[in-house]
Ligand binder design. Structure first.
Ligand SMILES: [Zn+2]
Length: 253
């Protein structure tokens, strides 16, 4: 019980940090965290990251969402509403966000326990421009590799809900096939960023570093355009990080 209360506080702290960084205003963005194999917490529809309270984090089952994403079935608005309401552990809790679908799928990935999504300004400037491909696939400085991954998944614009969740699942699967591990950051064209972490600090670090990288990327255009790191340097730093991480895990066992 104590563990759950601590976890709820961590998610609220992370939500508040995203809001303080002006990466989500009003009802924008959402956050989720895995409780166990079957259930997770997700921000309720219509609540705000800036003023998130424990009762705004709804406990839901992940299986109904995973099944809906896997199937080729289409859901109309009332069926989607029903899916969201039926997924709740406590039928008296609030309705989960419509973006719960992609959270459910991403929280099922190895070493992903916290997922954050926001509409950060500097990142969205790029995602609303032709420069988005380079920003997603190239890297500018070492800490961007460490915190945001060697590359980000870029997802074309589709409306939030089931189609977006399926497109994210498709692109993240391709990324895992290439890199052998889940991404740290997923960029949604004309929409925002999703960051993944083993714990809330990892998710926050990825988001803050992506927003910093976006400001540097945009600023570099006023001085002749960005000069990206070489692919071999990106791979070396990324592999060194993986090795350090594996050593840490081995040492803590
Ligand atoms: Zn969004």
């Amino acid at each position: 019980m104590k563990k759950n209360a601590d976890f709820v506080n961590q998610l609220i702290e992370a939500a508040s940090l995203l809001a303080k960084g002006r990466m989500a205003i009003l009802g924008e963005g959402n956050i989720s965290g895995s409780l166990d194999q079957d259930r997770f917490l997700i921000k309720a529809s219509g609540t705000s990251l800036a003023t998130l309270k424990p009762e705004h984090l709804v406990k839901v089952y992940r299986e109904p969402f995973l099944e809906a994403i896997k199937s080729d079935r289409e859901f109309d608005d009332s069926e989607m509403e029903q899916l969201l309401l039926d997924s709740r552990y406590d039928p008296d809790s609030l309705k989960p966000s419509v973006e719960t679908l992609f959270h459910a799928w991403l929280l099922n990935l190895p070493a992903v326990n916290v997922v954050g999504h926001c509409h950060a300004i500097a990142i969205n400037r790029i995602l609303c421009s032709p420069a988005k491909n380079n920003f997603a696939s190239r890297r500018l400085f070492p800490d961007q590799i460490v915190y945001c991954g060697p590359s980000s998944v870029l997802v074309k614009y589709v409306d939030p809900g089931l189609i977006l969740a399926r497109e994210i699942a498709r692109k993240v699967t391709l990324y895992i096939d290439t890199f052998g591990k889940p991404p740290r950051t997923i960029l949604l064209e004309n929409h925002g960023i999703i960051s993944l972490g083993q714990h809330h600090q990892e998710m926050i670090s990825a988001t803050l570093m992506a927003e910093k990288a976006a400001k540097i990327f945009a600023g570099a255009f006023s001085m002749g355009g960005p000069v990206f790191m070489k692919e071999e340097d990106v791979n070396r730093i990324d592999n060194r990080m993986d090795e350090a991480y594996r050593r840490k895990i081995a040492g803590s066992q």
